[in-house]
Design a binder for this molecule. Sequence first.
Ligand code: ADP
Length: 515
Amino acid sequence: MLSSRPSAPSTDGRDQLLRRFVEAARRAQFVSLVNRARSEAELGDLLTAELCEAFEAEIAFVLATGEEGRSLVGAYGLQLPEAGRLLDRGLLDCSIEVPQRLEGQNLLSVGARALVVAPFGATTPRGVVGVARLHDEPFDETEAALLEAVAASIAHALERLRLAEELDRLYRRSHERAQAARVIDSIADGVLLVDDAGIVQLWNPAAEAITGLRREAVVGRPLQELIPGWSTVADSLLTDDDGGSSRARASAVPVDVGGRELWLSISAVGLEEGSVFAFHDLSEERKLEQLKADFIATVSHELRTPLAAVHGAAKTLLREDVDLGHDVSRQLLTLVSEQSDRLAQMVDDILLASRLESPELELTMERVDVAGLAEQVIAGARMHAGEHMTFALVAPRSPQLVAADRDKLRQVLTNLIGNAVKYSPAGGRVEVSARAEGSHVELAVRDEGLGIAPSEQRLIFEKFYRADPTMTRGVSGSGLGLYISRELVQRMGGTITVESQLGEGSTFVVRLPLQ
Ligand code: ADP
């Protein structure tokens, strides 16, 4: 009778089973180790050490070719130069498809006696994994098969790691791009990129703010159309003296943007995709420089005239060879006194104008009767003006009280009435009127003099601004009076305006809050 119990495996069969089991366990161990690696270097280090141990060998290595060329993924049991030389041994060049076993005396020129290599990867990354023994014990087929299995898992792991690296690189690149875009959007300099066809590809918010041209209106259009003359600037900036370098050079140039002249400091860099320009606005600095130049020109000219008069009078008075007589001497001394007053006044104006720029100038506010004050100033002006000038004060009987600094308001009125006289070379009437208008008092100084062209009416309140001398018939002045007047009136909470027509006189109106 046949027994129904399953027969126990024979001893041979058991050994075989056990061997298979051990092999499977080893393969699983290698696969898990290979999959654990987080970088190529880690994969190389872990795997080669483990191979030596599992194969009871002294040397193990993994070589690969990728998009960036040949590389040593890892090596165990070799000095670094020896490991490096493995790349030149042709192991990566021969197109072996199955594991190869070799025996010899000095394999790989490192004294190895037995070697087994297995290829991996049909496409990149492609490579070989090898194990070598320094002692005389050839590798058997089972070991070659195990190495083949390890090689297959290396190919997958390398592909996975390289994909992860690529992803990482892409992520970093997009992150860097986003960061660069944020920087370009937030810097104070205008940045623009024009492609080789001269079309604007990038226009940052600072470029919008400086030029007043919106991004939507600029990007995609030829720069030459938007800012005529830019290409001349660009050509000069991008022309290299030293052939093809992309160093940025800056230069200050005037450009016409939408009919406005802007002084820009522009630097340019030539890139493969076009040219990048960075620019900032120098218009304010230019204006300041212009103002400084105007100041020096005006002041030196205005100081020279009274100085020359004082100098001439003093020289004449010192002459011993001429008897000037009492009357002439008095006239000359009066001239010296008047001209030195003028000089002192000018110096005071310059000092006051510079103090007006700092907050330190303090006003002493009090109740001031404007009509009374105007009367005093008119009296003073009448003494100096010739007979060709007449003055009138038009004001209600009741006092018009404003909150003001009396001395500073006197200075404003003195300047306005002085100008009315100065710019009426043919004489005429100067009328000062004061009347309440709602919560304000309006003080008007009207003359019948030269008048002011409409284009100048806003500018005359600027520091050092003087109208065209041909229009003011060479009347002298520092260009500070109206600037000082406007600043003082504003600090007293008021406004100053002008109405005028060339040849028909001017009216300056100061409005101050009623007390
Ligand atoms: P200045 O009289 O010293 O030149 P101001 O600041 O007082 O300086 O005046 C600025 C300019 O305004 C003068 O140069 C002149 O051209 C013009 N201006 C001022 N007041 C009058 C006026 N009443 N009539 C005509 N032009 C005037």
